[in-house]
Design a protein around this ligand. Structure first.
Ligand code: PMP
Length: 379
């Protein structure tokens, strides 16, 4: 099997799984319980939070665990908007967000918020001038993805925040960091709110975090009992939290070395795929190397994906969360419907090997020639 869909999800690393199993076996108590089993579990939970807070240099009380990044995005946008109605009802998001952000925006519109969408240039970089123009006195929140999940476009969050602050110092800044964490350095101090997910960094599915800087007024969107997991009451999933802390620790080491390695793999694929007339590489100088998006001009991406699957090679059409639809991100980059209508995402990790890439390229050629021939015979 050649797995090239690491941006959809990653396999759980063995060390992470071990932490999960140990926490499950040895810490059966509910961290909300007052007896000694509960106290023991709460201590373990606190040490996991402490580890995460130390890695990101934030306060422990600024981290809330969620079921993943979708839930964290809901917390960030809805909770911040509801708490800051006094400041206004306007939000700005980019055209390179994950579908979950757009769905939340659609909901916020139904309860009276107004959403503006900021453009990007042909590299995918946020158009700073347009962002300035769209900023208003009543802009509560700007949400801009750190790394776009379909194309790998990475935004300079620190600079974006400076622009926001200059235009309106009361506006908060959220970034969905799901595709950045574990691939490139992330700094939570560049933003006021952030979202992340464990299953993108060799952690388990079903756990993510929501970061909220202590100065941001926030209205909870989930109500219940149990206070150990700040804005997400109920019984916290201790083994998932412990495993997530481990996954973060393992994913944030050797980043530069791993990125350089992945860049060499990416370059190798690009050099090879460039020679196909019917393939366009959707990549700019601000893309991270872990995500490589291509357009197939003559072949349906879904057909191609399944043909590769016959050789046990796994890639995505746009993203796992919006498969089968026009790629909004490729559309935002090139404004070309044909280019955006048949896209494949090849996503790599530091575990990908040169041998896997060589095999992938070999089977890509076989599949491309076979499907091109079929297409010619059809027409
Ligand atoms: N945001 C981004 C940028 C993503 O790539 C994803 C996963 N495709 C999500 C949010 C949703 O994450 P989760 O599956 O953890 O809800």
């Amino acid at each position: 099997m050649i797995y090239l869909d690491y941006s959809a999800t990653t396999p759980v690393s063995y060390d992470v799984l071990e932490s999960y199993i140990r926490a499950t076996k040895d810490f059966p108590g509910n961290p909300n319980s007052l007896h000694s089993l509960g106290v023991k579990s709460k201590a373990l939970m606190n040490s996991a939070i402490k580890q995460i807070a130390e890695i990101f240099n934030v306060l422990e009380s600024e981290i809330t665990f969620t079921s993943g990044a979708t839930e964290a995005n809901n917390f960030a946008l809805i909770g911040t908007c509801l708490a800051n109605l006094k400041l206004g009802n306007h939000l700005i998001v980019s055209k390179l967000e994950h579908p979950s952000i757009y769905k939340i925006c659609d909901y916020l519109e139904t309860i009276g918020f107004e959403i503006s969408y900021v453009d990007n240039n042909e590299d995918g970089l946020i158009d700073f001038e347009e962002l300035k123009r769209k900023m208003r006195n009543d802009t509560i929140l700007v949400s801009i993805c750190a790394v776009n999940s379909e194309t790998g476009v990475r935004q300079p969050l620190k600079m974006i925040r400076q622009v926001i602050r200059k235009e309106n110092s009361r506006t908060y800044f959220h970034s969905d960091m799901t595709q950045a964490l574990g691939k490139v350095p992330v700094n939570l101090h560049d933003v006021d709110l952030a979202s992340a997910s464990a299953h993108k960094i060799f952690g388990p599915k079903g756990i993510g975090f929501f970061y909220k800087s202590s100065h941001v007024p926030f209205k909870p969107i989930i109500y219940g009992s149990g206070k150990v997991n700040l804005f997400n009451p109920g019984t916290p999933p201790l083994p998932l939290i412990v495993a997530f802390a481990k996954a973060i620790r393992l994913a944030t080491i050797d980043l530069e070395k791993r990125e350089n390695f992945v860049r060499r793999l990416n370059d190798r694929i690009v050099q090879d795929l460039k020679k196909y007339d019917g393939v366009l590489i959707n990549q700019s100088k601000i893309c991270i190397p872990h995500i490589l998006n291509i357009s197939l001009l003559e072949i349906k991406a879904e057909t191609f994906l399944h043909a590769l699957e016959e050789y046990e090679i796994y890639v995505s059409t746009n993203t796992a969360c919006s498969s089968g639809e026009l790629s909004t991100s490729v559309m935002a980059l090139y404004g070309d419907k044909k280019r955006a209508s048949s896209t494949l995402r090849i996503s790599l990790s530091y575990l990908t090997t040169t041998d896997e890439i060589n095999k992938f390229l070999m089977y890509f050629k076989i599949v491309y020639e076979k499907l091109s021939l079929l297409k010619r015979e059809e027409t």
